[in-house]
Design a protein around this ligand. Structure first.
Ligand code: ZN
Length: 361
């Protein structure tokens, strides 16, 4: 449910530490501003004029990588790492973080793993070390998983905690394959590769490994981290839905509501939503004010997750009941309330009012 910040996608935040002045000094401010084209243009001019340093290569390589031009990025990143191979400073470490990202993106997990291990073991700067380490752990590549159980089915590459000694992994896998079949049929597709599905024994185990609160899905990485007792369908729904429908606007109420709707628990969603709403209190201990679905649609942070998730699941169920699957999938690609109005027309406002009345009943 919660989103992890895997360093694979946030290395942008890493600044160059203070150091000797050099030809790359003009590039880093541009990089920090996100002006990657300028970094590439000016960096290449420096290289052509003979001002070749590891840093200049790194700046150009990172800018290319951030623009998704991985193949060209690799040339500069490799050069940066080679030029700094003796010192193994932050330049070397970040070059290998990015070389790992390039390899991962290119579908070469073994090469990615090797690059991130080099970056991590250089121990050059806390940010690069952490980025490499979190990629290794987040993607299930770290040495600490060596004793975990791995196996792959048609649609999942499972990785089970070695502490789950009593878990029947065959049954677990079968249940997940059955859910996958149903959910992917509903969405009309799924990811091309098996979902990397990492199953932890409990939150303490995950926390000790540096992971955030579980579970969560990263559809763009085809990745799920979950606790063993989570519902079968929730996290895989995030991955399947994005692969099948490629939504351009994702909104918490609909995105999470859809995952709850497909969690395969068979719960009475409206009854659950009513119950959690009745039991919920404000931080001051008083009753929650009446829930305005329109407000929650526009601001997903309005309610605590324990209340908002069941409510979202009940609402998505209602939307599917009222408008049907086809319309829902049409709406799903842009999950904003404006788009819902376009797709569902004038009926929508009455459905919302009716849903709120049912919740309060
Ligand atoms: Zn979720």
């Amino acid at each position: 449910m919660k989103r992890i910040i895997i360093a694979l996608l946030v290395t942008l935040a890493a600044a160059a530490p203070a150091q000797e002045p050099g030809p790359a000094d003009a590039l880093w401010p541009l990089y920090q501003q996100g002006d990657f084209d300028a970094v590439i243009r000016q960096g290449k001019e420096l290289l052509i004029s003979g001002e070749e340093t590891a840093q200049v290569n790194l700046a150009v390589g990172r800018a290319l990588a951030d623009l998704g031009q991985w193949a060209e990025a690799e040339v500069f990143l490799r050069r940066a790492a080679d030029l700094d191979a003796t010192g193994k400073t932050w330049v070397y470490a970040w070059a290998y973080v990015y070389l790992g990202n390039a390899a991962w993106t290119g579908g070469e997990p073994d090469a990615a793993r090797q690059a991130w291990i080099l970056a991590r073991d250089a121990g050059a700067t806390p940010n690069a070390t952490r980025a490499a380490r979190m990629n290794l752990v987040g993607l299930g590549l770290d040495e600490s998983f060596a004793s975990w159980h791995r196996f792959t089915t048609d649609h999942f590459a499972f990785l089970f905690s070695d502490r789950l000694v009593d878990l029947d992994r065959t049954v677990y896998a079968r249940e997940h394959e059955e859910a996958y079949a149903a959910i992917s049929a509903w969405f009309g597709g799924g990811p091309e590769q098996p979902i990397r599905f990492i199953v932890w024994a409990d939150q303490d185990e995950a926390t000790a490994a540096g992971m955030p609160e579980l579970g969560f899905a990263r559809p763009e990485l085809n990745l799920v981290h979950c606790l063993v007792q989570q519902t079968v369908g929730h996290e895989m729904t995030h991955v399947i839905a994005v692969a099948a429908r490629q939504p351009t606007v994702r909104i918490g109420l609909i995105n999470e509501g859809t995952a709850v709707f497909h969690d395969r628990t068979g719960r009475d969603r409206l009854a659950v939503a009513r119950r959690v709403l009745a039991a919920a209190t404000t931080e001051a201990g008083g009753p929650l004010p009446p829930v305005a679905l329109r407000a929650l649609w526009d601001d997903w942070s309005l309610l605590p997750a324990g209340v908002s998730y069941p409510l979202a699941g009940a609402w998505v169920e209602r939307l599917v009941e009222k408008g049907g699957r086809e319309k829902f999938l049409e709406f799903f690609r842009d999950q904003s309330r404006e788009h819902a109005r376009q797709v569902y027309g004038a009926d929508l406002e009455g459905w919302i009012d009716g849903f709120e009345a049912d919740l309060a009943r």
